[in-house]
Design a binder for this molecule. Structure first.
Ligand code: COA
Length: 335
């Protein structure tokens, strides 16, 4: 294992709780092959995905975020009333107005806590994490709850084999508490490249193109993706951000004990790891079981790692993601 770097965090904090939730229903690649012109072999070899969890038609999406948050709060030993900032990373809100955060906050029993949705593509969780950290450091909050929750199954075209096979539903949350020294955020590199905004879009349903009979007929409410373009951009974006965050942290890439990349495609993760020369055993991968859960992917993987008892105090984690926008970035944390 790498040495423990003795660097002062730029944002001292402690992750005192993690939690996640995956819907009960699963859909395997073979299930998909039952109604699409695809195969388990194609999906596995191109993406690393074998199965994904999906909400049932009647299930309320915010329920995933509620349960993930409750699990994180229980681990932290915190009551909802002790949370003084609640940020939710999500791409497609529970409702256009008022979004997702108030729905989850209502069920959690938050009544005066400031809450907000953060939209930054699949990088939303790393964006929200660093924003919450800055609030803690500024003394504006002592305990923050950061949630990534996503139900893209409701926005993929289930007859489009090039996108629907990639995504799953889920939620993951962390509780952050203020500290004065020791653990915390060592480096942050967040980026946005709007010249790539065409790579991943839902064109209709917003102000530019409100819902109409035509938008529905033209399938403009579904996720459209330029897979190849995204694939090509993803590796370079996450590698650059990880190098920049490590430089800011004053660590070498060899100091990273755990790399938790956004789970979009195993081949993207493999190429990233090769480029950064990070040993395979330090890379957290669960895409085979959960597919791409967008903003929930990093906190779900983190929660699984924590609950497996694999992270030790003092270890260094790099969380890196890319997605629509194109927003991307890396947060480096000392546990
Ligand atoms: N099953 C079988 N065939 C499929 C298929 C599927 N599920 N999806 C696409 N194909 C076909 C295509 O139609 C194409 O056929 P053609 O050559 O006859 O036109 C062929 O497979 C190759 O498609 P291509 O798009 O070149 O495959 P690819 O190797 O680029 O893999 C992705 C496609 C989507 C898996 C890959 O580009 C990818 O993962 N991109 C990144 C996506 C991403 O990260 N999105 C989330 C961002 S947060």
């Amino acid at each position: 294992m790498a040495r423990k770097a003795r660097i002062t965090p730029i944002i001292p904090l402690k992750v005192t709780g993690t939690g996640s939730f995956l819907p009960q229903k699963t859909l395997t690649n073979d299930d998909l092959a039952g109604f699409l012109d695809t195969s388990d072999e194609w999906i596995r070899t191109r993406t690393g995905i074998r199965s994904r969890h999906l909400l049932e038609p009647g299930e309320i999406p915010s329920r995933m975020g509620v349960v993930a948050s409750q699990r994180a709060l229980a681990m932290a030993g915190k009551k909802p009333a002790e949370v003084d900032l609640f940020l939710v990373a999500t791409n497609v809100p529970e409702e256009p107005i008022p979004g997702t955060a108030p729905h989850v906050a209502l069920e959690l029993g938050l009544r005066r806590t400031p809450f907000a949705d953060i939209t930054a593509g699949c990088a939303g969780f790393v964006y929200a994490l660093s924003l919450a950290g800055a609030w803690l450091q500024a003394g504006l909050a002592r305990t923050a709850l950061v949630l990534g929750t996503e139900a893209l199954s409701r926005f993929v075209d289930w007859s489009d084999r090039s996108t629907c096979v990639l995504f799953g539903d889920g939620a993951g949350a962390v509780v952050l508490e203020r500290r004065t020294e020791g653990s915390g955020i060592l480096g942050v590199a967040l980026r946005g490249d709007p010249t790539k905004l065409d790579l991943l879009r839902i064109e209709a349903g917003g102000v530019r193109l409100p819902a109409s009979g035509e938008t529905v007929q033209a399938k403009k409410h579904f996720l459209k993706m330029e897979g190849k373009g995204l694939f090509r951009a993803a590796v370079g974006m996450m590698a650059e951000a990880t190098r920049a965050a490590a430089a800011q942290a004053g660590i070498d890439l060899t100091d990273i004990h755990w790399l938790i990349p956004h789970q979009a495609n195993l081949r993207i993760i493999d190429a990233l790891v090769k480029r950064l020369k990070i040993p395979e055993e330090r890379v957290v991968v669960n895409i085979d079981r959960v597919a791409n859960t967008s903003t929930a992917s990093i906190p779900i993987a983190l929660d699984e790692l924590v609950r497996a008892g694999k992270i030790e105090d003092g270890q260094i984690l790099a969380l890196t993601a890319f997605g629509a926008g194109a927003c991307y970035g890396t947060v480096i944390l000392r546990w």
